[in-house]
Design a protein around this ligand. Sequence first.
Ligand code: SF4
Ligand code: SF4
Length: 260
Amino acid sequence: EQVCTFMCPYARFQSVMFDRDTMIVSYDEARGEGTAGRAKVKAGLKTREERQAAGVGDCIDCGYCVQVCPTGIDIRDGLQFQCIHCALCIDACDTIMDKQGWPRGLIAYTSEREQEGGKTRFLRGKTLGYGAAVLVVIVALAGSILGRAPVDANVNQVRQPLYVQMSDGRIQNGYEIRLNNTADRELDFDIALAGLEGADLDLGQVEHIRLEPGDRVTVAVRVRYDVPADAPSPQPFRFVITDRDGHIEPLEVTSQFSHR
Ligand code: SF4
Ligand code: SF4
């Protein structure tokens, strides 16, 4: 109830999009209240004819529609932003009307225009516009799902320490490679280097990286490089990520090598 009332954006949207032809759950006030208001059956007026003669409406004030409402509102007070249009009050009231032997629909899913005796216009500028907007969103969503890269990869250079000088004179940098398999098949990754001539890639204990669909992993790797005297620092290079079975196009992720 609290979420429906205070957090759900549905009603806020709807109040902007609302017009006289919008289908909503609503109480037929003219029928329910008559000219003399609502009255319980035990008030003495038992038949519908007696009630109508006295100007009393069809609402017998049983309160059933309020009891079943998950957001605790009384639909007879008119459209309220808390209403989530679950239609439980329609079923509740129809049950009461059936018991009384009176026509259903005192609370109904209808439009303001229909309640005033008109006919709901379904095809109008607003609905066509909203329909077109929804269609554009669906097409964009489908396009982004279909065009989604099968692998999501990014690389972070370890900065503590930024580099280490090895006993053989080479410089070592550390990296964290995050791989996310967004394809719908298992992928068996290989990682190689490009743009850093003669450098070694150390994957540690990991021989190769096999990921089920939807799985992700973070791998700590080291790159050792015999840095030429005139090499800049940082020096850009690329990690090349491939699938051993050739299911994906090679993916290149740019990073940098630091030696001072
Ligand atoms: S449609 Fe649901 S939320 Fe709205 S008034 Fe009826 S019971 Fe309550
Ligand atoms: S359920 Fe129907 S008859 Fe009963 S109080 Fe609600 S509107 Fe009136």
